[in-house]
Design a protein around this ligand. Structure first.
Ligand code: NPQ
Ligand code: MG
Length: 378
């Protein structure tokens, strides 16, 4: 059992190495909430860390960083304070205890991750061992934003391939799709290539989207809106490119629905989007049972979550390279020792817990506001 004493929520703002443009925004910095849980376990004090994937604005999903901070303080922590009184709090029970709070999966995921990190650190157990993962490294892919021109896109892609990335993902949107994809495919005939639309199209665009079938893509990710499962199934009927869902899959149940409806041949699993690593593992099981491939997506994580994503991607059903890039893809300076790409792979961490203790100076330099919340006393 774990007893949380207090939690510190930090709003962290990390400049990006280059603007990252998708169909829903152009970002020059990553604002996220870092969660620090100070707890006692087995009479010992232990600290766990997690990060909330919500963006500063609700443009990728309905959650946003300031809202996640508020819901954590007002609704999530009071519930954990309540249940830990009878000594039944563990990382494995956080999800069910927070179930009565509807939605807010990214906020819940950050809290569950911090409690799990504390629990595993107290036990001296690496996350990979906890998951039963034996792989010591996972293939690394990279997400390439929308660029100002096709020559600029070709330069950027060539740079990532030179760094060793094994798979290229191109962000697309209406007006930036067939031509850039063709240019990259013609420049790199054998490179594993996929596209991500972040829900920028509708079924009206299906004839246009079918033109992407000519480029031997691994998959097309989330072409249609989050709730459009039937439409994704209809589009999958007319495209040869495998349909992959991201925003639409928020739980094991929604994964099962999408698979049953023929809306997903592949699933992008993001621990933050689905409420945490434990639900992510359940989605892995659902997909594997259905013969559906999965890969680990990215939310521009800092070192507080990037290593744990690599461990998750070590599970057997993760058969495609994930968006688990080197820290340098987005950050000149990370909160922990940066993750580096080695011969196209990211190493699965061997340290206890989900992440290293963040560097105090980096954390202080990137923290724009913080709130300490007492739990044991509340
Ligand atoms: C995706 N991730 O697969 C998301 C989109 C995303 C790596 O493409 C700040 C700025 C945070 C942009 C989180 C990737 C973001 C972001 C996620 C984009 O759909
Ligand atoms: Mg995506």
């Amino acid at each position: 059992m774990i007893q949380i004493d207090h939690v510190t929520l930090r709003e962290v703002r990390m400049p990006l190495v280059a603007p990252f443009t998708t169909s829903f925004s152009t970002q020059t910095a990553r604002t996220l909430i870092a969660v620090e849980v100070a707890a006692r376990m087995g009479g010992r004090e232990v600290t766990g860390w997690g990060e909330c994937g919500a963006l500063a604005e609700p443009v990728y999903s309905e959650e946003y960083a300031a809202g996640a901070m508020d819901v954590t303080e007002r609704f999530l922590l009071p519930r954990l304070a309540q249940v830990q009184r009878d000594g039944s709090l563990t990382a494995e029970t956080v999800g069910e205890h927070l179930e009565p709070v509807v939605g807010h999966r990214m906020a819940k995921a950050a809290l569950e991750a911090a409690v799990l990190d504390a629990q595993l650190k107290a036990a001296g157990t690496p996350f990979a061992t906890y998951l039963g993962v034996t792989r010591d490294r996972v293939p690394s892919g990279v997400s390439v934003g929308i660029q100002d021109s096709i020559p600029q896109l070709l330069d950027v892609v060539a740079g990532y391939l030179a760094e060793g990335y094994q798979r290229i993902k191109l962000k697309i949107q209406p007006g930036w799709d067939v031509d850039p994809v063709r240019a990259v495919r013609e420049a790199h005939p054998d490179v594993p290539l996929q596209v991500d639309a972040n829900a920028a199209y509708t079924l009206v665009d299906s004839a246009h989207l079918r033109r992407l079938d000519a480029f031997e893509l691994l998959l097309i990710e989330q072409p249609l809106a989050e709730h459009d499962l039937r439409q994704h199934a209809a589009l999958a009927q007319v495209m040869t490119t495998p349909m992959c869902l991201d925003e639409s899959v928020v739980s094991a149940a929604s994964a099962a629905d999408a698979i049953a409806m023929g809306a997903a041949a592949v699933i992008n699993i993001k621990p933050s989007r689905v409420g945490g690593y434990l639900e992510a593992r359940r989605i892995h099981e659902v997909a594997r049972a259905a013969g559906v491939a999965v890969w680990c997506g990215g939310m521009l994580e800092t070192g507080l979550a990037r290593g744990a994503n690599a461990a998750l991607a070590g599970l057997p059903g993760f058969t495609l390279p994930g968006d688990i890039s080197a820290s340098s893809r987005f950050y000149d300076r990370d909160l922990t020792t940066p993750y580096v790409i080695e011969d196209g792979y990211i190493r699965v961490p061997e340290f206890a817990g989900l992440c290293e203790e963040p560097d105090a100076d980096a954390l202080a330099d990137f923290t724009v506001s913080e709130r300490r919340l007492d739990v044991a006393a509340s």
